[in-house]
Write a protein that binds this ligand. Sequence first.
Ligand code: EPU
Length: 431
Amino acid sequence: MEKFIVQGGLPLEGRIRVQGAKNAALPMMAAALLADDGPLVLRNVPRLRDIDSMGAILEALGVSVARRGDRLIMEIVDETPFTASYELVSMMRASFCVLGPLLGRRRRAKVSLPGGCVIGVRPVDLHLKGLRALGAEVSVENGYVVAEAPRLRGHQIFLGGPFGSTVTGTANVLMAAVRAKGTTIIDYAACEPEVQDLCVLLNKMGAKISGIGSPRLVIEGVESMHGTEHTVLPDRIEAGTFIAAGAVCGGDLTVDPVRPDHLGAVLETLKQIGVDLHVGANSVRVRGKRRYGAADLTTLPYPGFPTDLQAQIMTVLTLSDGISVIQEKIYPDRFMHVAELCRLGANIRKEGSSAIVLGVAGLHGAQVMASDLRASAALLVAGLAAEGATEIRRVYHIDRGYDRVEERLNAVGARVERVVDQKVRMMEDAA
Ligand code: EPU
């Protein structure tokens, strides 16, 4: 078990590089199942445990997966497997995205339900509703989704749910619809940049998708698809995390490459509270001053404020001169970081699906526990801002989404040490 020891209070200076987007790369890897011939080559694929988990699932489904530098080369070697096991799917929810392409290309799929998750219940009813609308017979048997369709048929599908659109649900239905007979219309499709980039990739593979980036996707089914090459877009959530770190640490940090238009709601909030940002074509420069004004924010589907940056921006708001109200409209229970931030001196009260942040003058180092990917990113941002040493346990969570983050932060002036903690391991094993 590894932990981070963060010596806080140091300014971040220089240029920090953003990697390819994990949440774009994962469904794109599943798209490899749709190619009738030729390899799918993805460039700018981050080196992350979740990418390896998706690779393992694809290999179990008859796809060879090879890494050369930042490229992943995937090619189908065996068309017969159609089962993604609980052992593999439970390691990472995004692997449920193999359901759509399996059904679209191999006509049947048996994929384990992903199960619970610390950030919320996370049902998959909309994924199944969409596939049923395309004519698939879908049942849930012994924890597995079993789906079959000798021929999928295009249909008009409303894919909105109680929390708005669904990112991986849109990806799943899309990757089945590209191989259906006739036209499919997905209404209330997710508009996230990662979904847009997936549509661009699928079109390069021979699909016919229009309306990309809008809530109405129109898909003309095609008879065959092929491999291609594609560069994964930069990770807007990683970029936002580094911008948050630059804001609370002081100094002069340039974050790149970034698509600033993908971070509209976040940059707007940061400007509103007084963060000094210079937004370039592919970069964001942040000159932090550690203490800001307050702001209210509500997480919403794109282009609203992303839930995946709620915890990190909450950390910035803990250092404000006022009261901020943060409403979580995507995952009402995604507040595991609140208690840990309070251990670092923040003053936050949770009220249902909202958090009320009363700004404090400073944070101070303490021992804290990471509970999930974005909560652990927020603790890292807080540790960088805090006076003294912060110990963050269970950093395997952060490794799921940020490749060697401590090396990149240390290169711009942070002091973050990765330590193997045998004692933590014994205590956790006993718990
Ligand atoms: N929902 C339903 N029914 C469904 C699917 C979703 O009610 O069938 C609800 C969810 O419970 C949630 C909302 O709809 O309240 C949105 O969920 P969505 O399906 O969009 O989430 P996801 O596709 O499972 C992706 C990201 C998450 C990110 C969310 C929201 C990937 C691999 N994961 O999850 O990323 O938080 O979209 O933007 O793309 C992360 O990277 O840390 C992360 C959790």
